[in-house]
Design a protein around this ligand. Structure first.
Ligand SMILES: NC(=O)c1ccc[n+]([C@@H]2O[C@H](COP(=O)([O-])OP(=O)(O)OC[C@H]3O[C@@H](n4cnc5c(N)ncnc54)[C@H](OP(=O)(O)O)[C@@H]3O)[C@@H](O)[C@H]2O)c1
Length: 221
């Protein structure tokens, strides 16, 4: 078990090698903060260790390992990995919520999604709705759910089609107006909230990119 004293002032970042987690981990390290980075592969976390971070390897369905990682932390950045199935999402969100509760973590910024206010019928976003609900049920936790829009980086997957066929294609209707945001902007926003911890109880924040109006809401539970 990691000593709570040793972790005092520590930020724990899940998915640190990913799009948003890497931005948050790097920014906090640059600011001289104490950072603990999580993922499944120590090699992918080494670049943060080289900059002064501690690393822990754990699967997000391992509640005991996550409890150990969160114990004594100042705050955590929480996310679910990209969804493989709803069952996986439920297992991972349950483990994360159990670890948050058992570790006594007081502050968390949780990456959710645009549309997570809708319980079902939204594909993987419904798993994020469920994750929000599990975290909202934890008394004493101050949690900010970031309801981020479609990541601009998703479009990079179309590069092959653009090169090979000269067209840009995806599964969206062409006339649907969809807010998009760069993961850099999601990460930067999360860093500010983690540094200031200026949220309380259960809150949501839409992050819809530069051209859209974002709403914040305090949830009444
Ligand atoms: N794409 C979008 O448009 C969009 C929009 C809004 C919200 N979201 C949400 O954003 C989240 C993904 O965030 P992201 O893009 O920042 O992450 P990402 O780039 O997809 O990276 C996922 C991270 O999680 C780690 N990981 C994957 N599976 C794991 C497991 N089983 N146990 C422990 N760690 C695991 C990966 O590291 P290792 O592989 O090294 O373990 C990696 O660091 C998802 O919940 C998604 O629904 C996405």
């Amino acid at each position: 078990m990691i000593s709570p004293v040793a972790l005092n002032g520590m930020y724990v970042i899940l998915g640190a090698s990913g799009n948003t987690g890497s931005i948050i981990a790097n920014s906090l390290l640059l600011k001289g903060e104490k950072v603990r980075v999580g993922g499944r592969d120590a090699g992918r976390l080494q670049r943060f260790v080289d900059k002064g971070a501690e690393a822990f390897t754990a699967d997000m369905s391992d509640a005991a390992a996550l409890t150990n990682a969160f114990t004594g932390a100042r705050a955590a950045y929480l996310l679910l990995p990209p969804a493989k199935s709803r069952e996986d999402q439920e297992r991972e969100s349950s483990a994360i919520a159990k670890a948050v509760k058992e570790s006594g973590l007081r502050y968390a910024v949780h990456l959710s999604s645009y549309g997570a206010q809708v319980p079902e019928g939204t594909g993987p976003v419904a798993g994020l709705h469920s994750s929000e609900q599990k975290l909202n049920a934890i008394s004493g936790l101050n949690v900010l759910h970031l309801r981020a829009a479609y990541f601009m980086e998703n479009n990079l997957a179309a590069i092959g089609t653009i090169h090979g066929m000269g067209v840009f294609g995806n599964a969206l209707l062409p006339d649907v107006k969809l807010p998009m945001i760069a993961t850099r902007d999601v990460g930067d926003y999360a860093v500010e909230r983690l540094l200031h911890l200026d949220f309380s109880s259960k809150q949501t924040r839409e992050l819809l990119g530069a051209s859209a109006t974002c709403r914040s809401r305090k949830l009444s539970l």
